[in-house]
Design a protein around this ligand. Structure first.
Ligand code: SAM
Length: 186
């Protein structure tokens, strides 16, 4: 059973607010890698357009497989309005929110597509109001990367750990020691 089938063919996208090329270069790239590796199909980001970063993640998808997309948008409000119009759910990850372990089954049961929103700098108050869920991954300050990772793990119930990527040109065969890499075409 594919990850999508496991989650009732629910789309899981991520919205990363306020990317700052100088400050968030590595963090947002690691967020893209985490979103892709742990089951999200797309990351939309706002803030500063970073075409170099988009190129780098598309290169990862080319060699390690997809499907996975990245998209720049100017307005987070516009993204949320469009998501709502498609009857999707907005899940804002924040240390101030309800514990993920207490709400994840209710979130899963709605069967709606999920837009998981993470911040970088101070998050606008309005986002807390418009989100269907404000969810914490502990009530401690840490990072958008760890928060997203744990949320996806809770959402997919660990099935994301064995997700298969299509059209991969590189595949690693797990080894107790050493490395085994299969290359498929260019
Ligand atoms: N300084 C920003 C503020 O006060 O809004 C937040 C910085 S924090 C490193 C960046 C993002 O990580 C937050 O917007 C949130 O999405 C996520 N995050 C950090 N700790 C979290 C937690 N305990 N639970 C859920 N999300 C968390």
């Amino acid at each position: 059973m594919s990850l999508a089938e496991h989650s009732g063919n629910v789309k899981v996208h991520v919205l990363r607010l306020s990317h700052r090329i100088g400050r968030d270069k590595r963090v947002t790239m690691h967020l893209l890698l985490t979103a892709r590796a742990f089951g999200a199909e797309k990351v939309i980001y706002t803030g500063q357009r970073d075409e170099g970063m988009e190129k780098r993640i598309r290169r990862v998808v080319k060699f390690w497989g997809g499907p996975f997309e990245v998209e720049y948008r100017r307005s987070w409000k516009q993204v949320i309005t469009e998501w709502r119009r498609r009857n999707g759910e907005i899940i804002h990850l924040t240390m101030y929110g309800l514990p993920v372990q207490d709400v994840i089954s209710k979130i899963k049961s709605s069967g709606k597509d999920k837009l998981i929103v993470v911040g970088s700098e101070k998050v606008p108050r309005e986002l807390y109001e418009v989100s269907d869920w404000n969810v914490s991954v502990t009530s401690q300050p840490h990072s958008e990367i760890s928060a997203l990772c744990i949320f996806l793990h809770e959402f997919f119930g660990g099935k994301e750990l064995s997700k298969k990527f299509s059209d991969a040109k590189i595949e690693l065969i797990p080894q107790p020691r050493g490395k085994k890499v299969i290359y498929r075409g260019r």
